[in-house]
Design a protein around this ligand. Structure first.
Ligand code: BTN
Length: 263
């Protein structure tokens, strides 16, 4: 049952206590012609992640799907996903968590900076171990022709007020990193920031780079064409990762699963 969530944001809100997947509901709305609607749920029973994975979505999270009808050319639609990652990172930082983006769009707890939590609360070992854990992920789905996008559904999953032990391995939550957040305010900040960025698409990649946990790291990217190993040196104007490989060449990776390797 959808109820009013009452956000002051440039999106119409449809809220569900529990739902299969907000992305599925958003796709339905998109098919009916909706635009600038955000479907929110407290809990998902069939949350979906990238690469056909399951996404643990217990009660207390921010499980959100935005229905968009962008006027961007298809090749630049990936900017919306990057913009969402920037928006979530900024909202997490404002909530007190040192967050950074792992290519392409995972929001991690940064292992380079300390979070705002008093350092006495955490030993150095503890922080090294926690760094790199995943706070949020994004699943983008779209429909359209090669020259025109009809709709985009941006599924944003933020482990907000949920205990990390209820999540997949390698995941953490805002609650565990800093304490429970006001989800309404958090969502509002994400939507406002996202709205700002989509208005100025040329700012998205620079903003993404500034928040990147991946650039400068040794990485291993699993791509449909095989593994690419080397140093992540840049991202292109559509967000593809440029890897300086150990064999001396440069590879541009558009999609794949990226792992940060220890130097
Ligand atoms: C990832 O694999 O990192 C992407 C996870 C995306 C999860 C979100 S939660 C809201 C929306 N509904 C879903 O079923 N998935 C996305």
């Amino acid at each position: 049952e959808a109820v009013e969530y009452g956000l002051d944001a440039p999106f119409e809100v449809e809220f569900h206590e529990t739902i299969g997947s907000t992305n599925d509901r958003a796709r339905e709305l998109a098919g009916e012609g909706a635009e600038d609607v955000v479907v929110l749920a407290d809990e998902q029973t069939g949350g979906r992640g990238r690469l056909d994975r399951e996404w643990s979505s217990p009660s207390g999270g921010v499980w959100a799907s935005l229905v968009l009808r962008p006027s961007l050319p298809p090749a630049r639609v990936s900017l919306l996903t990057l913009a969402a990652a920037v928006a979530v990172t900024d909202a997490a930082r404002e909530a007190g968590v040192a967050a950074a983006i792992k290519w392409p769009n995972d929001v991690l707890v940064s292992d380079r900076e300390e979070s705002n939590e008093p350092s006495s609360a955490r030993s150095a070992d503890d922080s090294a171990e926690r760094g790199g854990r995943k706070l949020a992920g994004i699943l983008t789905e779209m429909e359209g022709e090669s020259n025109r996008v009809s709709w985009v559904v941006l599924g944003v999953g933020v482990n907000a007020n949920v205990p990390a032990e209820a999540l997949h391995e390698g995941a953490t939550s805002l609650q565990d990193e800093f304490g429970a957040v006001d989800r309404r305010r958090f969502v509002q900040r994400v939507l406002e920031r996202f709205d700002e960025l989509r208005e100025s698409p040329d700012d998205v990649v620079p903003a993404w780079k500034e928040r990147s946990a991946t650039l400068g790291q040794r990485v291993r990217v699993e791509t449909p064409g095989g593994a690419v190993v080397g140093e992540a040196v840049d991202v292109t104007d559509v967000g593809a990762l440029v890897v300086q490989t150990d064999t001396g060449g440069r590879e541009v990776v558009h999609a794949g699963d990226c792992e940060h390797l220890r130097p």
